[in-house]
Every structure is written in structure tokens, then in C-alpha cells.
Design a protein around this ligand. Structure first.
Ligand code: NZQ
Ligand code: ZN
Length: 388
């Protein structure tokens, strides 16, 4: 039966067309000085970015900008942002972007109150007791960072990609206008869809029995994603498809699908080790790893994999063993990823055997990964080898 849980999320979600004009009003509730964090470059010529800036200015706010946030964002940009916040007396950290931008905002907001270097939050678990408030304008559907307590930051110098969780950094408000995602290139759209699915899998595949509500919510998000992925690839400006994928992203990782469950997250830990060394897109790494994780662990809970195959992909169980049905569901997962053009092997990123052992070692340094099946160094190494 499901485990005890406490669930609280206080993000004001503002969803739909034209909602970004509200950003000035929403931001002004937190003070007058805003740190605006973004990818910078060509993205800031985007009409929507300009609308955000003019809405902030119309509300009489003073805007300081931190641009050039790259995918797999580096701790050095966090340090730069904290410097601006301290020098200018920033009241609100506002991100216009996807996971990389939002996670940078979260770490700046928390690191602002830490005397030590912000990397300490990741390495020694030093947690200040407060954080600057955070607002978000989402431009890419993937991580769910706009309504969750997690942030993932890379330290290129030490080749580490680490995460933290703190309720203090759950955004105060997040504006989601699906039209902002119309310009997301196909490959990032696909990485986003895979990442959303991966978040659902991490919470869906667990060993806690009798969680039908959580399971069916997860299956609904997955089925919707599969249907909408075809539409968005055919027409990147399909508002309905972009809207459904955006909602799937937020629901996929705002914690609601994992309530009362012992969630897994092993595949994400493995992908973070890949990302730390190779700077590959997060969703690209997950597309390679996840179906192999499924194959490796499925015998630890075939019933769940049968449920997945028959409910999500409508695999016909007639005359098949549980293992056959489970494997068919896993094959359908790989086929879905492939149909979108996602990578399927480490070789697609020219990654060979060189660092597999090191990655398996780093991933399990603090103990075995996951809950569906505990994975030790040898297990992680086996999954990485299956992915070559
Ligand atoms: O740099 P440009 O060329 O502008 O391209 C950006 C960006 O580099 C492009 N993009 C974003 N919105 C766009 C757009 N291009 C055109 N139009 C738009 N509207 O997309 C590129 C990738 O953006 P990024 O923010 O890196 O993507 P994503 O949202 O997938 O975030 C990935 C990061 O989040 C972490 C990942 O590890 C990775 O570092 N994660 C964060 C999580 C969380 N906080 O809860 C959970 C996830 O599992 C994940 O680990
Ligand atoms: Zn993810």
C-alpha cells in the first residue's frame, strides 16, 4: 500500500496565450530590482523576450541581465549572478528559459545567502535558511524545474554534474505560454519529450504496491506525450500539441506523480555522469540509457512492466509470457524514441569505452542507485556497456 507523504507546491502557475504580459505585475510583488537570467544571444532578439523586458519596465522595475546560460549550466555563471545580486541588491531572480536557466536562477537565489562558494551546496550539502524569490517564464518544455525543488549544475573544472533539492527554491510564479516553445528546434523538442517521459518513468517504475491513482496519472501523461509528439514534429507551431507537452512537462516532475511511492532516479544519476564528462544534451543521454535500464531491471518487477506495455502501448498479451510482454513494451519505448530521431547509442555521441568504469564508480560513490532494483557499480557498468 502507498507510503505516507506530505505534498506541497506553492508555485502560481500562469498558463496560456498572452500571459507573459503579466510578468511585470507578478514580479513587482517581490520588489523593484530584478536579475533577468537568460540564454542571451539570438534568443534575446525573440519577440517574446522583448515583451518580457517591456512588461518589467512598464511596471517600473529596474532590470539587470545575466545572459549566456548554456545547456548543462556551469557553476561559474552562478557565481557571476550572485555577484550581481549582492552588488545591486536584487529582490527577485527571474529566469526566461528552460531547465538550464531555471536551475541557474535557483542556485543563485540560494547561494546568495551562503557565505561559502555556491558549489558547497552540492558537495557538502550546506543549505542556507532562506533564498531570494524566483520567477520563471518557460521557453522549453522538459525539466519541470518551473514547479519543483530541484536544480542541476555542472562544474566543468571538476567534471561533476550534481543536484540539490530545497523547498526554498520552488518558483513563486511560473508563466507558461506554449507559443514561446514554437521556436524550439526539433532536436531540443525531442530531448524535452524524452526527458518528460523519463521523469514519469522514474516515478512510475517502483516497488510500492497498490498505487493505482498515481500509476494511471503517469500513464495518462505518457499516452498524451506519445500522441502529441507526432503532432509537434509534423507541425512545430501546433498550439494544442505544444500546450499539452508543456503541461506534461510540469506535471511530469512537480512531484505529484511520485506521491506515496519509492521513486527510482537511477537512470538520471547515470545520465548526469555522462553529462559531467561529455556535455551531451540531458534528454539525448536519457534516450540512450532508459530503455537499457528497463531491460536490465525488468525482472525485478515484471508485473509493472506488463502493466506499462499493455496500458501505455496496448501490447496484446495473448499467448505471451510476462517477460515477452515486458520486453515488447520496452522495444516499443525504444521505437518511439527512434521515431522522433532521438539517439539510441553512446556511439551516436562518439562516446566509447574510455570512461565507463569511472562513470560507474562516480555514480555509485555514495551507495547503490535506485529503488526498483538497487544498482551497484557493476550493474551501472553493465547498463553503460549495453548502451555503447
Ligand atoms: O542556447 P540557445 O541556442 O538559445 O538554445 C537554447 C538552449 O541552449 C534552446 N532553447 C530553449 N528555449 C528555446 C530555445 N531555442 C529556441 N526557442 C526557444 N523557445 O534550448 C537549448 C537547451 O536548453 P536547456 O535549458 O539546456 O534545456 P532543458 O530545459 O532541457 O534543461 C536541461 C538542463 O536541466 C537539467 C538537465 O540536467 C540540464 O542541465 N535538469 C533539471 C531538472 C530540474 N531542475 O528539475 C531535472 C532534469 O532531470 C534535468 O536534470
Ligand atoms: Zn531529466
Amino acid at each position: 500500500m502507498m507510503e505516507n507523504f506530505i505534498y506541497q507546491r506553492t508555485t502560481e502557475l500562469i498558463f496560456g496565450k498572452d500571459q507573459i504580459v503579466l510578468v511585470g505585475e507578478k514580479a513587482s510583488a517581490f520588489g523593484r530590482k530584478i536579475l533577468l537570467v537568460s540564454y542571451g544571444g539570438a534568443f534575446n532578439e525573440n519577440v517574446y523576450y522583448k515583451q518580457v523586458v517591456s512588461s518589467l519596465k512598464a511596471a517600473g522595475l529596474t532590470v539587470y541581465e545575466l545572459g549566456e546560460i548554456k545547456p548543462n549550466p556551469d557553476i561559474s555563471k552562478v557565481r557571476e549572478g550572485i555577484g550581481i545580486c549582492r552588488e545591486k541588491g536584487i529582490d527577485l531572480v527571474l529566469g526566461v528559459g528552460g531547465g538550464s536557466v531555471i536551475d541557474t536562477c535557483k542556485t543563485i537565489a540560494l547561494g546568495y545567502y551562503l557565505q561559502e562558494d555556491p558549489w558547497e551546496i552540492f558537495t557538502s550539502g550546506k543549505m542556507p535558511e532562506q533564498a531570494l524569490p524566483i520567477g520563471v517564464v518557460v521557453t522549453l518544455a522538459a525539466t519541470g524545474s518551473e514547479m519543483n525543488a530541484s536544480a542541476v549544475i555542472t562544474n566543468a573544472q571538476t567534471e561533476q554534474k550534481l543536484s540539490f533539492r530545497s523547498q526554498l527554491v520552488v518558483p513563486k510564479f511560473s508563466i507558461l505560454d506554449p507559443r514561446l516553445t514554437f521556436t524550439v528546434p526539433k532536436e531540443h523538442t525531442v530531448y524535452g519529450i524524452v526527458d518528460i517521459a523519463a521523469h514519469v518513468y522514474e516515478q512510475y517504475f517502483d516497488q510500492v504496491p497498490d498505487t493505482p491513482i498515481q500509476d494511471r496519472m503517469a500513464e495518462s501523461v505518457l499516452q498524451t506525450l506519445i500522441e502529441e509528439s507526432d503532432k509537434v514534429i509534423a507541425d512545430p507551431q501546433d498550439y494544442g500539441a505544444r500546450a499539452n507537452i508543456m503541461l506534461a512537462s510540469t506535471l511530469g516532475f512537480n512531484g505529484i506523480l511520485g506521491i506515496g511511492k519509492a521513486t527510482d532516479w537511477a537512470s538520471h544519476k547515470i545520465q548526469h555522469e555522462l553529462g559531467a564528462i561529455y556535455d551531451i544534451p540531458h534528454g539525448g543521454g536519457l534516450a540512450i540509457i532508459f530503455p537499457n535500464w528497463m531491460k536490465y531491471v525488468c525482472e525485478a518487477g515484471l508485473g509493472k512492466f506488463v502493466q506499462y506495455a499493455t496500458r501505455v502501448f496496448k501490447v496484446d498479451p495473448t499467448g505471451k509470457s510476462e517477460k515477452e510482454i515486458a520486453l515488447e513494451g520496452i522495444e516499443r519505448t525504444r521505437a518511439w524514441f527512434n521515431s522522433m530521431g532521438a539517439p539510441s547509442r553512446l556511439a551516436d555521441y562518439s562516446i566509447g569505452e574510455e570512461h565507463l568504469e569511472l562513470m560507474a564508480e562516480k555514480a555509485t560513490k555514495n551507495g547503490p542507485l535506485g529503488n526498483f532494483k538497487k544498482l551497484y557499480k557493476e550493474d551501472v557498468l553493465a547498463i553503460l556497456r549495453m548502451s555503447l
